[in-house]
Design a protein around this ligand. Structure first.
Ligand code: AMP
Ligand code: MG
Length: 290
């Protein structure tokens, strides 16, 4: 463990990265920016993130303890990760979510729906993957694919996908009302940086497994994806479940930023250690005498 404690961020990062209400123009979000980062840059980012990890991990333990003792009323957290291929959803899971005890996390990656999943409403598989009491759920892709790839590829008629924004808002409002904090992160990587990362995957056999020829097909539809993202960020940017755009051209900033958003969320939940369900003095005496 680091002896250093995390430097304070001037403004809450959630405010700095939050998408303002109203029409969204993604071109106005700089993928290489590093807003709110309290250190020097890449050189001290490992140290900063580790320092953050200590606090994050303590907070997560209280959340988890509460979930074990009061499952009916315990809070939950859901981190929704969206972004184009190579934006770093996997990197965030490893380096930011990886700072907390894996026993308290529930990870779910959403791929193209199976035949069974397609037979149900698009939120069916999402509802089944929601975090339990005291847990931090992480969605690697999410219900937003149903208004992203589905919209770009016309996988269902427009009349159907266009209704989904309101359905998503209603679903998320319900989640929040039930005690789940929802942290929505769009990992914003630039077109140029995506090309570099795809080229890197082809440069070494140890990276081939990360490369999927279909990623280039999606890349060729970049403007259509930007438009679909802008629509999701605008239409599903609610007070209860706002969107954050995470500049993701710098991996070190991206990982730090998601960890800090999670820390701020947990810190703002006013979590308390659950009281003992036994008489402490009696138990102390029993242990002493044993
Ligand atoms: P990856 O996350 O790179 O392993 O890829 C998962 C793939 O599943 C991506 O191409 C997504 O676009 C696709 N996918 C995820 N959710 C959906 C969905 N609801 N409908 C169609 N494709 C999806
Ligand atoms: Mg991929």
């Amino acid at each position: 463990m680091s002896s250093k404690s995390a430097k304070k961020v001037g403004h809450p990062l959630s405010e700095l990265l939050r998408v303002p209400a109203g029409p969204v123009d993604l071109a106005r979000f700089d993928p290489a920016a590093t807003p709110g980062y309290p250190g020097e840059g890449k050189s001290d980012s490992a140290e900063e993130t580790e320092a953050l990890g200590a606090e994050l991990s303590d907070l997560q333990e209280v959340l988890y303890a509460d979930g074990r003792s009061e499952p009916e009323t315990a809070s939950r957290v859901l981190v929704v990760l969206q972004g184009m291929d190579t934006s770093g959803k996997g990197g965030v899971i490893r380096h930011a979510i990886g700072l907390v005890d894996p026993q308290g996390t529930q990870l779910r990656a959403f791929k193209a729906p199976t035949a069974e999943e397609r037979a149900h409403d698009f939120l069916w598989r999402i509802r089944q993957a929601l975090p339990g009491p005291g847990m931090i759920g992480i969605f690697d892709r999410s219900h937003y694919e149903d208004v992203l790839v589905v919209r770009v590829e016309s996988l269902v008629p427009e009349a159907e996908w266009s209704r989904r924004y309101a359905q998503i808002n209603e679903f998320e409002a319900e989640l929040v009302a039930g005690g789940t904090r929802v942290i929505k992160c769009m990992l914003n990587v630039s077109f140029e940086e995506q090309r570099r990362r795809l080229a890197e995957r082809l440069a070494h056999p140890s990276k081939y497994w990360k490369y999927n020829p279909a990623d280039v097909d999606a890349r060729l539809k970049w403007p259509a994806y930007q438009e679909a993202y802008a629509a999701a960020l605008e239409l599903c940017n609610t007070v209860d479940a706002p969107w954050h755009v995470i500049p993701s051209d710098h991996k070190w900033y991206r990982n730090w930023a998601v960890a800090e958003l999670l820390r701020e969320t947990l810190a703002g939940m006013n979590l308390q250690w659950p009281p003992a369900e036994f008489d402490v003095a009696t138990e102390q005496a029993r242990v002493e005498a044993s």
